[in-house]
Design a binder for this molecule. Structure first.
Ligand code: PEP
Length: 265
């Protein structure tokens, strides 16, 4: 885990919680989570709840992420919301989540365009990459990660890559797709691959400073084990982020580990 960057804990609420329910969860999280200098807690409500939630959060404790946006800044695109419209609301945006790739047919190029649009609008992209169960059993993991990562970051400068977040989320480990627990060695191997691909394209600074996080059935019991992995800068949490006790437990694990690493010589 990086000693200089705060640990990132992102809660992806997906298409759950109406505005009232979102407000209740924010209220409960606010009571249970204390501001931590070393842990950055990010909430990703639905697009509809993003604006009301932005008025309710304690900004010392929480930042916001959008779950998606369209890559054009403005125009006749019925039903879409642009990154330009989100720039005052969201610090982060999830891009290339497996649910978007699988259910909405987002291609490598769509993801690349969205990453570019986020950067253009000064919103930090959280680029999600990960192989399906079939790709894993076919021995295609390295190729899938390579393709998803390199296509998405190709138009960026090394400074832009340095600022972004890459979330490794094996599709088979996401609670709604497979719920299979990934082994630490397996995750670390992909973390190393992500950094080495970035090093090759953008050099050591970008490879060392990009934040690489893990997602896939993370809950309050498992979070510590993932956060302890070599090179893990945080977690992306789906189902468990809807439960305030679980999510604040995950934030506590991140805080305990950061606190421990501060004390290391
Ligand atoms: C996700 O959807 O990004 C995710 C990791 O979900 P879950 O924690 O429910 O597996």
């Amino acid at each position: 885990m990086s000693l200089t960057k705060p640990t990132l804990v992102i809660g992806n609420w997906k298409m759950h919680l109406n505005v009232q329910e979102a407000s209740l969860l924010v209220h409960r999280l606010g009571k249970h989570i204390k501001p931590h200098r070393d842990v950055e807690v990010v909430l990703a409500p639905s697009l509809l709840a993003l604006q009301p939630v932005s008025l309710e959060i304690d900004r010392r404790k929480f930042r916001l992420a959008a779950q998606n946006a369209f890559y054009k800044d403005e125009g006749a695109y019925t039903g879409e919301v642009s990154f330009t419209m989100l720039r005052e609301l969201a610090h982060y945006v999830l891009i290339g989540h497996s649910e978007r790739r699988i259910y909405f047919g987002e291609t490598l190029e769509n993801v690349r365009d969205k990453v570019q649009a986020a950067v253009r609008n000064e919103i930090t992209p959280v680029l999600c990459v990960g192989e399906t169960k079939q790709e894993r059993s076919d021995g295609q993991t390295r190729r899938v990660i390579h393709d998803q990562l390199t296509t998405a970051i190709m138009p960026l400068t090394s400074e832009e890559v340095e600022q972004m977040v890459v979330a490794y989320e094996p599709v088979w480990a996401i609670s709604t797709f497979g719920h299979e627990l990934a082994k630490p060695g397996e995750i670390e191997k992909v973390f190393r691959l992500i950094r080495s691909e970035i090093k090759e394209l953008y050099g050591s600074n970008a490879a060392e400073n990009v934040r690489v996080i893990y997602g896939g059935s993370v809950d309050d019991q498992l979070a510590g084990g993932y956060l302890e992995l070599d090179d893990c800068d945080g977690v992306l949490v789906g189902a468990a982020s809807l439960n305030y006790k679980q999510f604040s437990g995950i934030v506590d694990s991140a805080y305990r580990l950061e606190h421990r690493s501060e004390k290391k010589p």
